[in-house]
Design a protein around this ligand. Sequence first.
Ligand code: ZN
Ligand code: ZN
Length: 95
Amino acid sequence: MYEDKTLQCRECGEPFVFTAGEQEFYQLKGLLNEPGRCPACRQQRRTRGAGERAPREMHTIICAECGAEDQVPFHPHNDKPVYCSECFERVRVRH
Ligand SMILES: [Zn+2]
Ligand SMILES: [Zn+2]
């Protein structure tokens, strides 16, 4: 069974609760990493990211690099790795 866990947000430094339900969800999705940000910061990043370009249909993806869930404005192809906005920047710099 899962128990609520308190994690620290790496964005604002505030502690937040990684609930049992969320842990189960992560487990179901096969995500090994715990969330690095509190819900407020996650929401803020999402809102900010979406505001940069014209609203388009968003697709939920699982980052091939860190396993985080994110949304992308394009339709992901199965034969290509997709990254969250954070890893995308890193990958782009690397290549
Ligand atoms: Zn935060
Ligand atoms: Zn990532």
